[in-house]
Design a binder for this molecule. Structure first.
Ligand code: ATP
Length: 350
């Protein structure tokens, strides 16, 4: 069986549980992002996969082989850390070919491989420069090239872009994704930035409090979050609490709002509707129809490319986002009606 299996892994540090029963299967060649807030256990999971931490319970299997007891340097992995951990006293080329040198490769082979990898990360002709002469983004590329030098089976990166400024980070996200697609190498990246995860990942693993909350393709998670934490962490979400009236219907302030799919909620139990801001449709007051709630405009923010309308609705603050072309003619204080299309309403148990 090809791919990575994380088989019911737990990790405790003393009394503290950093990972609780993590059970995941990743097919070969995927770009996976471990995403979650600070302290949720992402780095610990990556380190367990890398062999830098031993799990307290469970196993790690690579292509069907149990590697839990295999030391890190024999797992065939490439790693990039947040700190990059480049050797400052070595040149760029020597940094990249360091692993090859340890393996006994001759100078010509090392130089050729370093040049190849530098071309791959769009940094040709700098092999002889000292590391200290490179910018942050260039060092990032060198660290990636170095991690790829030994043709790893798995490519692991811990917050690799967090030290870069916003613009460069976005450019590097695209570059990293394209590089991974070209090489087809199984890649796992730790990030706390949901935008980064949505940009790069084939599969996102959302973690919180040492547990996996949801696993799936980015759009699936965006459209169908399984709980309020995921809905809130991935993108922006409006949450409207109510009481279940039927399998897929909630009563919110006495008004029935239907969701997309039955959720098996018991009548009378507390639940919420989650809806993305771009799905909320703002109508003039008085407009009739199902899944509509009265609201009042509290703020309008015109950002050029989009218009954000903040609203008070069912004693909650709600956000609607439209394109400038579809912008409704509303001002602060206007009474409006919000249409919440059932297909966009995700019912979440409380
Ligand atoms: P961040 O984004 O801040 O790096 P993270 O999700 O990567 O967070 P981890 O670094 O995996 O989180 O840490 C998870 C929890 O385990 C944290 O509460 C951390 O303090 C704890 N932890 C991690 N390593 C150790 C250790 N060696 N000894 C004790 N506690 C640890």
């Amino acid at each position: 069986m090809s791919g990575l299996r994380i088989d019911h892994v737990g990790k405790t540090f003393g009394m503290f549980e950093a990972l609780k029963d993590i059970d995941l299967d990743f097919p070969d060649g995927r770009f996976i992002c471990l995403l979650g807030p600070s302290g949720c256990g992402k780095t610990t999971l990556l380190r367990v996969i890398a062999g830098l931490e031993t799990p307290t319970t469970g196993r790690i299997l690579l292509d069907g082989v149990d590697i839990t007891a295999v030391p890190a340097h024999r797992r065939g992995l490439g790693m990039v850390f947040q700190s990059l951990a480049l050797f400052p006293h070595l040149s760029v080329g020597e940094n990249i070919a360091y692993g090859l040198r340890i393996r006994g490769a001759d100078l010509a082979t090392r130089r050729r491989k370093a040049e190849e990898l530098l071309a791959l990360v769009h940094l040709p002709g700098v092999a002889d420069r000292p590391i200290s002469q490179l910018s942050g983004g260039q060092r990032q590329r060198v660290a990636i090239a170095r991690a790829l030098a030994l043709d790893p089976k798995l490519f692991l990166l811990d917050e690799p872009l967090s030290a870069l400024d916003a613009k460069l980070r976005e450019a590097m996200q695209v570059e990293l994704k394209l590089l991974q697609q070209r090489l087809g190498i199984s890649t796992i990246v730790v990030t706390h930035d949901q935008r980064e995860a949505l940009t790069m990942a084939d599969i996102v693993v959302v973690m919180d409090h040492a547990r996996v909350q949801q696993v799936g393709p980015p759009l699936e998670i965006y459209r169908n979050p399984v709980n309020a934490f995921v809905a809130d962490f991935i993108g922006t979400s409006n949450l409207l609490p109510g009481v279940a009236e039927g399998q897929d219907t909630l009563s919110i302030d006495g008004i029935q709002v239907a969701g997309a799919r039955p959720h098996g909620l018991a009548r009378g139990s507390k639940a919420a509707i989650s809806i993305r801001p771009e799905e909320v449709v703002v109508h003039p007051a008085g407009e009739q129809g199902p899944n509509r709630l009265p609201a009042e405009v509290t703020f309008v923010r015109d950002l050029g490319a989009s218009v954000e309308i903040m609203l008070a609705c069912a004693r909650r603050e709600l956000l609607a986002v439209t394109s400038p072309r579809e912008r409704p003619d509303v001002r602060v204080g206007d009474r409006v009606v919000l249409e919440l299309p059932p297909a966009a309403c995700v019912v979440l148990p409380s």
